[in-house]
Structures are given as C-alpha cells and as structure tokens.
Design a protein around this ligand. Structure first.
Ligand SMILES: C[S@@+](CC[C@H](N)C(=O)[O-])C[C@H]1O[C@@H](n2cnc3c(N)ncnc32)[C@H](O)[C@@H]1O
Length: 239
C-alpha cells in the first residue's frame, strides 16, 4: 500500500473520516470506528492515497467471526485471563479488544493492512484498553510466548486459509490454545475443528448475503480424539 498509509497520522485520519464510533451489534460493550457500507470507504481511501487496487476496507467492519469470538471471550473470560494473547488478522481489533477487556495479560494484534493497524490503535483507545497493533505478516513465523491464539474470519481465501491453518497447527504444537470464530467460509478447515459455541450475529447486511449469520466458535480437535496429530491443545476442551 502507498507510503501515505504507512504514515500513522494519515492512516488515522482516513479511518476517522470514513467511519463513526458506534457499538458492535453482538458486543455492545465495545465501540468501534465502523462504516455503514464498504464502497464509499474504498473510494475515499483511493482518493486520499491516489492509488487503486487497494485491499477492501476489512478494518471498517466487525465481521461475523470477530463479533462471535469477541462475545465468547467476554462470556468466558477465563479463556484468556492473565495470559499472553495474539489476535491474528485483527482488522478493526475487535477480538483483541475483547481479549484485553476479558483480562488478558498482554494482547498483540497483527494485520498486514496499515489502515487496520491505525484502526486497531484508535479502537483500543476508544475502549480504554491496551493492545499492541503490529503491521506485519507473521504467518510464516513462530510466535514464542503466546498462550492463546485467536483467529476470526480469516478463511475467506484459499491461500490465506492454508497459511492460517499451518500457523494454527504450529501454535498448537507449541502448546498454545487456539480459538477460531468463523461462519463457515469456503476454506475453513472444518474437518480439523470442533464447535464450542454458536451465535446468531446480527447487523451484517452491508457485508454479507444476509443480515443475520449463524457463526461458530471453533477449537482444533484434540489429537487424542484420533484425528490429525499436532492439532491437540487445551482449547480443544469445552471452555
Ligand atoms: C475479514 S477481516 C477479519 C477482521 C477481524 N478478525 C474480524 O473478524 O472482524 C480479515 C483481515 O485479515 C487481514 N489479513 C489478511 N492477510 C493477512 C496476513 N497474512 N496477516 C495478517 N492479517 C492478514 C486483512 O487485512 C483483514 O483485516
């Protein structure tokens, strides 16, 4: 993305100008800078940067997977309380903010989009929590010290989904707990996951094919259940 968006202040200005701070439908305790529809945000960003072909403004919406996972963390704070947490493909930062609210020891949110990094910082401040927003692709890396790995709505493209799946597997092998929020996107590795909870997430008409989407919290199937090795972690047990 353009150098302009790498300037944090310019990115923050775009986020603020394209959105309004309002409560998240399924998680009204959290407020985010949210847009009402994606196209005008996209156009505004292209005009501001003088560039075309930018990523969709994922950061301007609370996706179904993120809303469900944020709700789950607030309803099950013991999942993250006192533990180091990573929110991968964080977008607006919703899941990271919920983890911080639930008492996580330290929360790091990763996204490759500089506008998402700006949005995460603004949204964390608006909710009075500390989240470290990092603009980096760490899917090929090992992340040492993370106890809980959170992933919401990151299985929408085949290549990305494959990389996220391998990242999750490596985290599991190291002993991290993994929780996934997903409505059942095309590339979700369902055969490797078991459902923990389900939510009907409302208010999604601007970005989905229906206003309400049934969305599930998933955990990797424990290796002891006789499935693939390397996918057994503590999150595989009901929270
Ligand atoms: C559909 S959004 C989900 C955002 C948020 N988790 C939620 O549920 O509201 C997917 C996000 O993944 C990010 N993303 C895509 N590839 C990534 C990568 N390799 N590393 C980190 N984030 C990535 C996108 O920039 C986008 O913000």
């Amino acid at each position: 993305m353009g150098a302009m968006l790498d300037a944090p202040r310019a990115a923050r200005d775009i986020v603020r100008a394209s959105t309004r701070l309002r409560s998240v439908a399924l998680v009204p305790e959290i407020r985010l800078y949210q847009a009402s529809e994606p196209i005008s945000v996209w156009q505004r960003t292209e005009t501001a940067t003088g560039r075309t072909g930018l990523d969709p403004p994922f950061w301007a919406f609370a996706w179904a997977g993120g809303q469900a996972l944020a709700r789950y963390l607030l309803d099950h704070p013991e999942t993250v309380r006192g533990r180091p947490v990573i929110d991968m493909a964080s977008g607006s930062g919703l899941v990271a903010i919920a983890a911080a609210r639930a008492g996580a020891a330290a929360v790091t949110a990763y996204d490759i989009d500089p506008l998402a990094v700006a949005a995460i910082a603004l949204n964390a401040a608006a909710n009075d929590v500390t989240v470290l927003a990092v603009g980096a692709d760490i899917l090929a890396d090992e992340v040492a010290g993370t106890e809980v790995l959170l992933v919401a709505d990151a299985f929408y493209e085949r290549a990305l989904a494959g990389r996220v799946t391998r990242f999750i597997e490596r985290g599991q092998a190291r002993g991290a707990d993994v929780l996934v929020g997903d409505l059942g996107r095309a590339y979700l590795p369902r055969d490797r996951l078991s459902p923990l909870a389900t939510y009907d997430v409302p208010g999604l008409a601007a970005v989905e094919d229906a206003d309400v989407k049934r969305t599930t919290i998933w955990a990797p199937i424990p290796a002891t259940a006789g499935h693939r090795p390397g996918l057994g972690g503590r999150a595989g047990r009901p929270a």
